[in-house]
Design a binder for this molecule. Sequence first.
Ligand code: SAM
Ligand code: SF4
Length: 329
Amino acid sequence: MSLLQDNFGRKFPYIRMSITDVCNFKCGYCLPNGYQVDKSDNRKFLHLDEIKRLAMVFSKLGVSKIRITGGEPTVRKDFFEIIKILKEAGIKKVSITTNGYHLDKKAQMLVDSGLNGINISIDSLDRNTFKSITGHDRLPEILKGIQILQDLNFENIKVNAVLLNNINASEKDFNSWREFIKINKVDFRFIELMQTGDNLDYFRKYHISSKIFKEYLDKNNWIYQTLGKDAGPSLNYINPDYKGKFGIIAPYSKDFCKSCNRLRITSKGDLRLCLFGNTGISIRHLLQKDDQIEELQDLILGQMKFKKESHYLELGETGLTKNLSTTGG
Ligand code: SAM
Ligand code: SF4
């Protein structure tokens, strides 16, 4: 039972933890020029001891799930060690969000690590389109990795794509995903493109409402699946003839923030109450010694009253978020 609760009655059993800003891809909406070192900020990314203390505090506060993200989390040399540490600290479900780089080679190790879920970002099943969005011709190795994970009976596989007008949002694109989840036990979700501090031109050019995908699902008789109150903001659709499911993550929709169930930790140890907005404080100074844990717990609990009702993204407010590589999307 999560002790983390805000003034609007929302509970937070779930943390997204970015462990690095570094990424080896160059997605047009996120890091179009690849990762660049921020010379104004010489803080290092959270190290293992700090991550361990964070996990211990959150576990005490009733957090049951941590998603490791980035940047690209798998570029860290101690990536598998981090999964282990989170589990040892009592976090029941540890999952990751990854761009799938070398997934074919890492699949077995991921399964062996005790990981509970994986979200893989694939913006298109067309090899050339994938390459033009990410800057890398790596679709085949990612798809092979997904196959290996399924062969190893890994259960919780999700694939996310950012919906991009005139790039991957046609009926043909939707049909290709339909064929994919017919035979793969994978939940596929389109995420609506979000405006960040860095991507305004890209956003104006490629943003399209996820209604277009919803209409496609309605037209093809997909059934909306009602989930529990704490299920998070994805709208899910099922069809008995398919192994996988479809989903929509629509951050601009009216009630999106009502189902918010997560807090965020940036790669350099800031607590963020929302992906967007200006509410974030550094908690790193309280991650240095084991005897600071109670003080840290109180600080985090005290922050809950500052969580706002909405991200106000529809007003174009992107707050501190220059791109999603620091907060992990
Ligand atoms: N590198 C990993 C990956 O790509 O899966 C993890 C970090 S990435 C920031 C997490 C997710 O955020 C990805 O699914 C990515 O497509 C999504 N994302 C990044 N920028 C976005 C934006 N401006 N709008 C919507 N989704 C975005
Ligand atoms: Fe890297 Fe993920 Fe951003 Fe793409 S979305 S540039 S893979 S951090």
